[in-house]
Design a binder for this molecule. Structure first.
Ligand code: SF4
Length: 376
């Protein structure tokens, strides 16, 4: 299924949900948004996980400076240009503004203000102290209140617990898929589709595993761990890696491991009575999300190092790391040279690949990727 087909299937899916009277609540924020609350309210969470192009980025310059990250520019661009393949965005009722980063705040403000979409707010602390956990809980309760006002009734404790369980099972399935399927492009397509449609496609995921786990990848291919910014729907980056002779075996990104590793332990689910506490516990344990400043670099280095050693032990092959930096993404660019140096000391090669969504860059990106794979 190509991306145009996927988005048209998604349009039909959302139309069906709207036909059932459900509201669509979109957000750009990369993690920490408690999508279970949206689900428990009976609404549909819509993640903005779409890549851009020149036209979309240019369109955003009417609202924000070109030094805003290319992903945020493109998010504005899809609302401004309204390409046909994104017509499902007309079905959005609410947009959550959150503070994952400055670009996220600015783009969400522009989208809600200039494209007439009602705004909800959800702010997340950058630290993980006792007080920041209290603050997170207050924010979750506030978002719950905002959703209840739209719904007209309370979100029940059991409703929320059911949603938390549902998303937990969904993440377990994605983890299973990630460990089963060998081809990077197959894996990414499944993760992207799953994160777009949500747990509704759990039955489809089961049959997907059966059909696609058999795909084998040649031993001559260079194995890659992709970290940094996510590869979104409609991006060509993975094609360049595969055309150059690489295969991404691990997506250490928000559309990938950073999302589905956040599985809540059964003991916590069974022993914690208040579902808001369960969501707060998950925020506390979200060690790899780039929103959380303390120890982010150390954790990333140690995580990649451990993965690399385990992978070599299991397969006899070394991995290379591509650190994907969407242009003007401060979260990723600010520590890219430190990440590269620290991993180099551990014998792991890193390519810091900074780019925007411009088509003109394709040739240059391809040359850099090929050179890196050859060097490996
Ligand atoms: S890509 Fe980076 S700068 Fe852009 S919205 Fe995401 S975290 Fe923020």
């Amino acid at each position: 299924m190509d991306d145009i087909e996927l988005l048209s299937e998604y349009y039909a899916f959302l139309q069906e949900k709207k036909g059932e009277g459900k509201k669509v609540v979109a957000f750009m924020s990369h993690d920490n948004i408690p999508e279970e609350l949206i689900d428990a309210a009976g609404f549909v969470p819509l993640r903005m996980i779409f890549a851009g192009n020149d036209e979309l980025m240019d369109a955003s310059h009417d609202f924000l400076s070109p030094s805003t990250c290319a992903f945020a520019q493109s998010c504005i661009g899809v609302f401004s240009v309204k390409p046909n393949m994104y017509k499902f965005l007309d079905l959005i009722d609410y947009f959550i503004l959150s503070n994952h980063c400055v670009s996220d705040i600015c783009a969400s403000e522009v989208i809600t203000k200039y494209f007439n979409i009602k705004r909800l707010n959800f702010y997340v602390s950058y630290t993980k102290t006792e007080n920041s956990l209290k603050y997170f809980k207050i924010e979750v309760l506030d978002l719950k209140k905002q959703l209840e006002e739209i719904k007209g009734t309370e979100i029940g404790v059991q409703e929320l617990k059911n949603s938390i369980r549902k998303y937990n099972e969904f993440k377990k399935k994605l983890m299973e898929i990630s460990n089963t399927i060998k081809s990077g492009s197959q894996k990414l397509k499944i993760i992207q589709k799953a994160m777009l449609f949500g747990p509704d496609i759990l039955p489809e995921l089961d049959s997907t595993i059966l059909k696609q786990s058999e795909i084998q990848v040649s031993d001559k291919i260079k194995d890659i761990l992709l970290t940094g910014c996510s590869i979104f729907i409609n991006d060509y980056l993975l094609d360049l890696i595969e055309e150059g002779g690489g295969n991404v075996v691990f997506f250490d990104t928000w559309v990938g491991f950073n999302y589905y590793y956040q599985i809540i332990d059964e003991n916590v689910l069974n022993s914690t009575k208040d579902p808001i506490d369960i969501l707060t516990h998950r925020f506390e344990k979200n060690f790899y999300g780039d929103h959380s400043v303390p120890n982010f670099l150390q954790r990333k280095v140690s995580h990649i190092d451990t993965f690399s050693k385990d992978y070599e032990k299991k397969t006899g092959k070394k991995i290379g790391v591509i650190n994907h930096i969407i242009k003007f993404c401060d979260h990723m660019s600010i520590m890219s040279s430190h990440l590269k140096n620290k991993l180099k000391v551990k014998g792991i090669y890193v390519l810091n690949l900074e780019r925007d969504y411009s088509r003109a860059n394709r040739g240059q990106l391809s040359t850099r990727i090929e050179a890196f794979l050859e060097m490996m």
